[in-house]
Design a protein around this ligand. Structure first.
Ligand code: TXA
Ligand code: MG
Length: 327
């Protein structure tokens, strides 16, 4: 079921074609194999979470063929440009504010205002990214809870039959994931050590702190989601789950045939399709929050979503959105 492709011109063309058609393709980067999907296609991104069996929607790294393509989608302050000049292509991921025009699916960024971007160094991944012509969202190509794969055989051991293809480039030269550096705040924060050392980064931009930026830590605390390395977007309006009726001044987030009486309503999936619901989730929450506030509504009522398959991740995210807050 899963095509094995060699990383020659024909294999790369086939892999690019599959990605452009919303399919999942695993490919080698210099760090580990990534499980790629068109980052602008919410349904394709949702399929990543299904294939990995991820219970949460973690934000994914978007891969670009060169720095200008990345900085077209995220803001690129001087520090970021200097790091890109020094280390791209290479195993450094930069977390930066999304531009308002950024076309990346909100699901790929787990609804955050920031986006993780990188330009990988592996020739096969660069050739693939050039051929696709779109950013590719890719977490490590392993089942949730398993270690990152550094060969095509590792990928197939976890994902055979669950993804369209794997582009085999042999073993990954670096073998550990990229370094993740947060540049969204006043000071750079090292979120994950990886293929580029902290010392190397500090020679370019000066001191880097280790840990979670204060803003993200604060957001995690108020969301009561300890253990999360990054904060998640939470609506300003209170969120009420498992709604079986709608109050007079509530917005409705529907799943399947909508409950009557909502002041305004958005659909996760009219047909009850969990993949479609996942692709719509973050955008729908943002839109209902903005519209509900504009209309002076008191909250967002969310209809029950089943807990099988992607529903587990959807419910996890909804519970975080509905968690009590201190303010
Ligand atoms: O080397 C790598 O980075 C590999 C290859 C395939 O590129 N990818 C990888 O992806 O390791 P993944 O999904 O396994 O890890 C992504 C990391 C996670 O720790 C995630 O929390 C963080 O990046 N991340 C992604 N977007 C973020 C954001 N907007 N803010 C903070 N952290 C983010
Ligand atoms: Mg991983």
């Amino acid at each position: 079921m899963t095509e094995r492709l060699t990383d020659d011109a024909a294999g790369i063309a086939r892999a690019a074609d599959l990605l452009r058609h919303g399919q999942l393709v695993a490919f080698a980067t210099e760090t580990v194999y990534g499980l790629g999907a068109d980052a602008t296609d919410g349904a394709a991104v949702a399929a990543i979470f299904t294939a990995k069996g991820r219970p949460h929607f973690n934000p994914l790294i978007c891969h670009y063929p060169h720095a200008p393509a990345a900085f077209a989608h995220v803001e690129g302050p001087a520090l970021a440009r200097a790091l890109a000049d020094a280390f791209w292509p290479g195993p450094l991921t930069l977390v930066l504010p999304r531009r308002v025009t950024c076309p990346i699916s909100l699901l790929a960024g787990a609804g955050l205002d920031s986006l993780a971007v990188r330009v990988p160094a592996h020739p096969a991944s660069l050739a693939l990214l050039h051929a696709v012509g779109r950013p590719v969202a890719a977490p490590s190509a392993n089942r949730s809870g398993q270690v990152s794969p550094t060969t095509a055989a590792h990928v197939l051991a976890g994902l055979d039959g669950r993804i369209a293809a794997v582009l085999d480039s042999g073993p990954c030269p670096v073998g550990v994931e990229s370094t993740v550096l947060d540049l969204t705040g006043d000071a750079p924060f090292l979120l994950r050590p990886g293929g580029i050392t902290r010392e190397a980064i500090e020679t370019v931009i000066g001191p880097v702190r280790r840990g979670i930026p204060p803003a993200a830590a604060e957001a995690s605390r108020t969301l009561r989601s300890p253990g999360l390395l990054v904060s998640h977007y939470a609506p300003d309006l209170p969120v009420r789950l498992q709604a079986t009726s709608v109050a007079a001044r509530e917005a409705l987030l529907a799943f399947g045939p909508p409950l009557p009486g909502a002041a305004t309503m958005l659909q996760l999936s009219a047909s009850g399709d969990l993949r479609e619901a996942a692709a719509n989730l973050f955008a729908a929450l943002r839109e209902l929050d903005a519209e509900g506030q504009a209309l002076g509504l008191t909250g967002i009522a969310v209809m029950p979503v089943p807990t099988h398959g992607l529903g587990l991740a959807i419910n996890d995210r909804l519970q975080r959105a509905a968690a009590p807050r201190d303010n």
